[in-house]
Design a protein around this ligand. Structure first.
Ligand code: SAM
Ligand code: 2KA
Ligand code: SF4
Ligand code: MG
Length: 236
C-alpha cells in the first residue's frame, strides 16, 4: 500500500489563518515541497535535511491519529505542509467524510489533484515576489478547475512589502470572484527566537492602513492568530 509522507500531525488547535480562523482543527502537515520560499515558516516540512523526521504512514495510520487527537469527535482536518498536493489524500477524505469530518487544504496552487474536488475548503496561497518564487498561473488555474466542486475555495496572500502588496492587487484582479485574505508576513520564523507581539501588530497595522487608504474593500486582512498566541512554536 502506498504511504503518505507526514512531517507532523497535531491538534486540536485553532486554525490561525484565513477563512477558517478560530475554527478548531487537527493539522496534518505533509513532508516535501516543490517551492523554497525565502521566508517559509515550516522548513522542517520542506527541507529534505529534515526527511529523517518525516514518517511514512498509511491512510489508516493518519486516520487513527486524527481520530485519537479529536477524541472521535468530527471537526475540520487541515492538510498543510510542505505542499500536500504532492500526495494522494483521496482515501483519507472519503474515510473522514463518512465519519462526519470536514477537510481543508492549504497549498500554493502549483500542483492540481483530483481530490481537490472533494474538499470542504481549498486555500490557494500564490506566492508574492518576496518569496523568491514565480507563480505558474496555468497551474493555478488547473487547481481552480480541479476544485470546481469543492464547497469553498479562497485565496490567501502573504504580504511582506510594497511590492508584494501591488502584486496582490494584480492577483486579486485576475480572480475577482475568489474570496481574498491578506496576512502580513512574519520575518522571524526561528522557533527558538521569541517574537515581539508589538512587531506583529505593527505589521498588521501597516497592512490594514494601506488597504483602507487605497479604498480596497475586497480583502479581509487578518493576523496569524496562532503566531500571536504561541509565537513560532511548533505543533500548535
Ligand atoms: C507553510 S505553508 C504550507 C502550505 C503551502 N505550501 C502554502 O504555502 O500554501 C502554510 C501557509 O503559511 C504561509 N506562510 C509561510 N511562511 C510564512 C511567513 N513567514 N509569514 C506569514 N505566512 C507564512 C504560507 O503562505 C501559507 O499560506
Ligand atoms: N494554528 C495554526 N494555524 C495555521 N494555519 C496555517 C498553518 C500552517 O502552517 O499551514 C497553521 C499552523 O501551523 N497552526
Ligand atoms: S510553498 Fe508553503 S511550504 Fe513550500 S516553501 Fe513556500 S510557504 Fe513553505
Ligand atoms: Mg504555518
Amino acid at each position: 500500500m502506498s504511504r503518505l509522507r507526514i512531517a507532523e500531525i497535531f491538534g486540536p488547535t485553532i486554525q490561525g489563518e484565513g477563512a477558517l480562523i478560530g475554527e478548531p482543527t487537527v493539522f496534518v502537515r505533509t513532508g516535501g515541497c516543490d517551492y523554497r520560499c525565502t521566508w517559509c515558516d515550516s522548513l522542517h516540512a520542506v527541507d529534505p535535511a529534515f526527511r529523517h523526521t518525516w514518517a511514512a504512514m498509511t491512510t489508516d495510520d493518519v486516520w487513527d491519529e486524527i481520530s485519537r487527537l479529536s477524541q472521535g469527535k468530527p471537526l475540520t482536518v487541515s492538510l498543510s505542509g510542505g505542499n500536500p498536493a504532492i500526495q494522494d489524500f483521496s482515501q483519507l477524505i472519503v474515510q473522514g467524510h463518512a465519519a462526519g469530518y470536514r477537510f481543508a487544504c492549504e497549498t500554493q496552487g502549483s500542483i492540481a489533484k483530483p481530490w481537490f474536488a472533494d474538499l470542504d475548503t481549498l486555500v490557494l496561497s500564490p506566492k508574492p515576489p518576496s518569496s523568491g518564487e514565480t507563480v505558474d498561473w496555468d497551474a493555478f488555474e488547473s487547481c481552480l478547475a480541479a476544485a470546481e466542486t469543492a464547497r469553498q475555495v479562497v485565496m490567501k496572500i502573504v504580504i511582506f512589502d510594497d511590492r508584494d502588496y501591488v502584486w496582490a492587487q494584480k492577483a486579486a484582479e485576475r480572480y475577482p470572484a475568489l474570496p481574498l485574505y491578506l496576512q502580513p508576513g512574519n520575518p522571524e520564523v526561528d522557533p527558538s527566537v521569541p517574537l515581539n507581539p508589538q512587531d506583529l501588530s505593527d505589521k498588521l497595522l501597516w497592512l490594514v492602513e494601506k488597504v483602507m487608504a487605497d479604498g480596497w474593500f475586497a480583502p479581509r486582512v487578518l493576523p496569524q492568530l496562532h503566531v500571536l498566541l504561541w509565537g513560532n512554536k511548533r505543533g500548535v
